[in-house]
Design a protein around this ligand. Structure first.
Ligand SMILES: [Cu+2]
Length: 147
């Protein structure tokens, strides 16, 4: 009996048995506003082991991790346009992602995994282009102050 309890404890601490799935929506006309393309929520704070599903609520969007915008050890991720996308986050830190067709059009989002903001400086120094630059700066300020 005791061995089962020990095995249970080991599995409990090596996998997140409470792992959950969080939805982030991809919008073209968010809130009924024309060309208000964005992710909702813009910032998602999740636990290690959780999965995000990006829902293609309106077409022509995807998810692409920014180069240098993820914690060390995380590989590239780029999803198909107009399709739901899914990623399970096993490495803590901040993830910056963009929509490939709208990376200069303010379509940027962030995921914070395991309350770990240790790569915040890297996230600040990424090359955000066009109007995305100002928008990303606002979101990063919010991450810095409120997460
Ligand atoms: Cu887009």
């Amino acid at each position: 009996m005791r061995i089962y309890f020990i095995l249970f404890l080991i599995s409990f601490f090596t996998t997140n048995v409470f792992a959950k799935t969080v939805e982030v929506e991809m919008w073209t006309n968010f809130n009924g506003e024309k060309k208000n393309q964005r992710y909702e929520p813009l910032i998602a704070s999740i636990d290690i082991g959780d999965t995000i599903i990006w829902k293609s609520v309106e077409k022509s969007h995807n998810v692409e991790f920014m180069k240098g915008g993820v914690p060390e050890g995380v590989g590239d991720f780029k999803s198909a346009i107009s399709k739901d996308a899914e990623f399970t986050f096993t490495i803590p830190g901040i993830y910056a992602y963009i929509c490939s067709p709208h990376k200069t059009g303010k379509m940027v989002g962030f995921v914070i995994v395991g309350n770990d903001k240790s790569n915040l400086e890297n996230i600040k120094e990424l090359k955000y282009r066009g109007p995305t630059k100002k928008f990303a700066a606002q979101l990063i300020e919010e991450i810095e102050n409120n997460y």
